[in-house]
Design a protein around this ligand. Structure first.
Ligand SMILES: [Zn+2]
Ligand SMILES: [Zn+2]
Length: 161
């Protein structure tokens, strides 16, 4: 059977194939679902999902950013109100915020300076300030966003223990 013929055949029987697929899917639904679930839990399945997400993120970065921005604008008042409430009720959050504000001001006025590299990995990209002790607002580490993220994840983990 040649390719051209197959193509024509498929074209002609499109509806039929569709129906068959549907029927087949229905019949083996649970099996397919189970199989997919198992695949997703396997190392290569996990890797594929991760690769897909990374690819998707890269391709739609701009739209995603725009979208989250739009959501933020739409809910800005709600979010602000929520944060104000949090600020009033959550002491930990308040101390954190105050430390950030003090540091921000000190950076702006040149009292303290950020380093030019991440203190953990040396990266120059996406640098942030990290407080290890919020009661000392001007004592901070310069970290790239990745290392900063890692540190907070570790801290959360330790807090959970
Ligand atoms: Zn780093
Ligand atoms: Zn931090």
């Amino acid at each position: 059977m040649n390719k051209e013929y197959m193509k024509k055949w498929r074209e002609k029987n499109k509806e039929h194939i569709k129906k068959w697929r549907k029927k087949h899917y229905k019949k083996h639904k649970d099996y397919i679902k189970q199989h997919k679930k198992e695949y997703r839990a396997s190392p290569e399945g996990k890797k594929q999902m991760r690769d897909y997400r990374v690819k998707h993120y890269k391709e739609h970065k701009k739209q995603l950013a725009l979208h989250s921005r739009q959501i933020y604008i739409k809910n800005a008042e709600k979010i602000k109100a929520k944060l104000r409430k949090k600020y009033a009720n959550d002491e930990k959050y308040r101390i954190e915020k105050q430390a950030h504000n003090k540091l921000h001001y000190a950076l702006k006025t040149g009292k303290v300076k950020m380093k030019f590299n991440c203190e953990v990995c040396g990266s120059k990209k996406d640098l942030n300030c990290h407080h290890s002790d919020y009661s000392k607002p001007l004592v901070f580490q310069t970290l790239c966003s990745q290392c900063h993220h890692n540190i907070h994840r570790e801290n959360n983990y330790l807090e959970d223990l």
